[in-house]
Design a protein. Structure first.
Lengths: 578, 236
């Protein structure tokens, strides 16, 4: 089928739906490979940060400072200013749309502490996270979906996008496969927005949904658009041991502490001011150091999250979901027992480079690709720099999702549909027919499993040149093997084996950019910790990496982009202590 | 642990009617049933078809009928089911393929009760105020993940596919009892009609099926009482 819309949005999580809300009167299609309410935004737990000051004094500039410092100064500072200023209004907008926030005694939005969020430029923790129990993302996703029903947004549910259409340096649509029928469709548009989320399934121990396969990043990358700072991948400190399911940082925001096998609350030793509320990159590294020193539980690679001192009431009322996860998946009762945890792959700080209007920019000179937008985890604006603070992801979605929508609303009034390239579906049809025709005998599941093992082992919290080079060799081999993937399922209707095989291709692309960036960046900054280069190197590396896919297999070109600063001494890079 | 999985299969392109298929897998007691399905798909039969995404009970993709009861495959552990398990698509929905059912009608019913905040006042410059007690009044309904397990477990739905079903009523409740909302009368009028709340026979299958622990039947009863007795739905 051929469809024509003003705007096509790919992804129905927080960013995509927030953008769709800004486009009243325009013809908009939202394509999503799962039903909208299944999007991974719904798994966010702890909260959404904004300096409302409902509980104690707070200012957007304090929030901006924490964001910049939390990101180890790789943050583009003007973007962080936009994020933290507009967060306040965005939260009120969500409330007006019906989001059921927890409330203070006087009826205002309740706020709680979260990692790395401080008062007065680092003096101590501040209550900044607006929340709805420990299912804030679920509430946000439901609220946005409800709003989109009110606004009669047109959804294409269970459509897998395969390609981005460009013509003469302008975006003009996408090609997608309808999973239910296997049919290929062209969506012709004036503006295309990617809001497809991250690629956490490149690791085995992950908090991410099966849907998080890096679709949008990989599709853009294949079309010559660079991926920025892909080496900056966050490992959340408190994933359920062996399973990876997230136990929200809200647990520590409410007072939970990490415990080693000697019964010591060890974060007090590493970070005397913020302790267990230090940023995630630091806490994950501290857990690994405890494990290396033999202080993991039973000498193994995990520690405990201790909530016992919070009491049953706080645990049941403010952390009900994660309590249920601990009970269900570990058989552990958090009210009376400490919970086994380990770092889990969680969030991509990197992604498709954008400016503060969510326009995709394709080079170090910030040249926009007209008609192409991205927001949310798929994008790198870059407000998270080298490490994202907890509760800043949901803010990112709503602030930059909204900005994308507003800019597209303007853009489509000023422009007409660019013509489609000749044979727009040829690449996608070839992709699918090659998969069906292959007799190479290889299994996508086996390749994915090998990739995840390698990423868990060598592209984790700590990296070094030797391990990364081995990971790259493995990846090259897996990419070759991938060309020989053979399907058992030759059916057209709801062929999830085909979907998984295509998604594996996306995952390999994202992993390629990640490993190349990690090898190149010879310093330690934020989530990227190189044991062979253990210090931050501002003289050489206060810059973003841009990975471009080369013409030949395994060929990647790296370029670099300056970090944007504001003219204010408070934001000048300095040593990061908590 | 060795587990015998008995799975209801149907491929509309190949099969005239559904049939039973069997697989034996070796699993850990703390693995999820979803892990067992994945083991089959990834190592034995790539054609096995089911939905899944978050794998920890918050996205609502993998609701299915497990040993006769609607459950999320990612919340059921192998140790809870033992050595043998029977898996079918949920009843009450058209089957698209194997364990995948068509949820479009389910979402259309959800949309029919105007599941969004309706207000006539102009918006304040900051948040609307709501006391913790008012917030608690509709808390249960906000947990719903629209997995469809309750609706697919309800004999009244099986008998009358046009009935709105429990999930829709739970989501109506979430707004009717929200102190900020002003669309309650509209929704109560919709739910007072022939295919509204009155087809609920308080069978409690819905409450048993809910993976989020929502007391579904109780919320439906509260809506029934609001229709009959009127009164203030915003406070306890």
């Amino acid at each position: 089928m051929y469809y024509k819309f003003d705007v096509v949005i790919v992804g129905a999580g927080g960013a995509g739906l927030m953008a769709a809300m800004q486009l009243e009167g325009a013809s908009v299609a939202v394509l999503t490979k799962v039903y909208p309410t299944r999007s991974h935004t719904g798994a966010a737990q702890g909260g959404v940060a904004a300096a409302l000051g409902n509980q104690e004094e707070d200012h957007w500039k304090w929030h901006m400072y924490d964001t910049v410092k939390g990101g180890d100064y790789l943050v583009d500072q003007p973007a962080a200013e936009v994020l933290t200023r507009e967060a306040i209004d965005a939260i009120y907008e969500l409330e007006h749309r019906g989001l059921p926030f927890n409330r203070t005694a006087d009826g205002r939005i309740d706020q709680r502490r979260f990692g790395g969020h401080t008062r007065n430029f680092g003096e101590g923790p501040v209550r900044r996270s607006c929340y709805a129990a420990d299912r804030t993302g679920h509430m946000l996703l439901q609220t946005m979906y409800q709003s989109s029903i009110k606004n009669q947004v047109r959804f294409f549910n269970e459509y897998l996008v395969l390609d981005l259409l460009l013509n003469n340096g302008q975006a003009c649509g996408v090609v997608a496969m309808e999973i239910r029928t296997g049919e290929i469709h062209t969506f012709h548009a004036k503006a295309v927005m990617f809001a497809t989320g991250g690629y956490g399934r490149a690791w085995r121990i992950t908090s991410n949904a099966f849907a998080c396969m890096g679709d949008g990043m990989a599709i853009a990358y294949r079309r010559g658009i660079p991926l920025e700072d892909m080496e900056m991948y966050q490992f959340h400190p408190t994933g359920i041991y062996k399973v990876g399911v997230l136990l929200s940082e809200a647990a520590r925001g409410e007072g939970g502490k990490l415990l080693n096998n000697e019964g010591e609350y060890f974060m007090e030793r590493y970070m005397p001011t913020l302790k267990d509320l230090a940023p995630r990159d630091i806490v994950s590294r501290c857990i690994l150091q405890e494990v290396h020193a033999g202080r993991g539980i039973d000498g193994k690679d995990y520690v405990y999250l201790d909530l016992r001192h919070l009491g049953a009431k706080v645990i049941e009322e403010k952390l009900p979901d994660i309590t249920d996860f601990a009970r269900n998946y570990l058989g552990v009762e958090p009210i009376t027992e400490p919970v086994p945890i380990q770092p889990t792959a969680h969030y991509a700080m990197g992604g498709i480079p954008t400016d503060i209007d969510a326009r995709v920019v394709i080079d170090p000179q910030w040249t926009p690709l007209p008609g192409f937008y991205a927001a949310g985890e798929v994008a790198c604006v870059s407000v998270h720099g080298a490490n994202r603070l907890g509760t800043n992801s949901l803010v990112d979605l709503i602030v930059f999702g909204r900005r994308a929508g507003k800019h597209m609303a303007k853009f489509i009034k000023e422009s007409s549909h660019a013509p489609l390239p000749p044979e727009p579906e040829s690449y996608s049809r070839e992709l699918v027919s090659t998969m069906f025709a292959s007799t190479g005998g290889e299994s996508a599941a086996r390749i994915r499993s090998a990739l995840q093992n390698e990423m868990d082992e060598k592209v984790f919290v700590e990296r070094d040149e030797k391990g990364l080079q081995e990971a790259l060799d493995t990846l090259d081999r897996l990419q070759d093997t991938y060309t020989r993937v053979q399907l058992q399922d030759k059916g057209k209707k709801f062929n999830t084996e085909l979907v998984e095989a295509i998604e594996l291709g996306f995952l390999l692309e994202c992993s390629e950019a990640t490993i190349h960036g990690a090898l190149a960046r010879q310093e330690s900054r934020g989530a990227h910790y190189r044991t062979d280069y253990p210090h931050r190197d501002d003289a050489n590396w206060l810059k973003h990496t841009l990975a471009y896919k080369g013409a030949k297999a395994h060929d990647v070109r790296l370029d670099f982009k300056d970090v944007q600063m504001v003219d204010d001494p408070v934001f000048v890079p300095k040593e990061r202590k908590y | 642990m060795n587990v015998l999985m008995r799975i209801r299969r149907f491929d509309p392109d190949k099969d005239n009617k559904p049939y039973w298929d069997e697989f034996r897998v070796e699993m850990d007691p703390i693995d999820r049933l979803l892990d067992a399905l994945n083991t089959v798909k990834w190592t034995m039969d790539g054609t096995l078809t089911y939905r899944r995404s978050c794998a920890h009970g918050v996205c609502g993709s993998d609701a299915m009928r497990i040993n006769g009861r609607n459950r999320l495959a990612c919340k059921v552990l192998i140790r809870d089911i033992g050595n043998k398990v029977t898996i079918e698509p949920m009843l009450g929905y058209p089957v698209l393929r194997d364990l995948v059912v068509d949820m479009d009608a389910f979402f259309d019913k959800y949309k029919s009760i105007k599941p969004y905040l309706i207000t006539t006042d102009s918006e304040p410059g900051t948040e609307r105020l709501q006391s913790p007690e008012e917030r608690a009044r509709y808390d249960e309904g906000t947990k719903c993940i629209l997995c469809g397990a309750c609706t697919g477990s309800c004999p009244s739905v099986w008998g009358n596919p046009d009935w709105v079903g429990p999930a829709t009523i739970v989501n109506a409740h979430r707004f009717i009892f929200d102190s900020r909302d002003q669309g309650g009368a509209d929704r109560l009028a919709i739910l007072g009609q022939r295919n509204g709340v009155w087809r609920c026979r308080t069978i409690f299958n819905c409450a048993d099926a809910c993976p989020r622990g929502i007391p579904v039947t109780e919320l439906i009863e509260q809506v029934k009482r609001a229709i009959v007795y009127g009164g203030d739905t915003k406070v306890e």
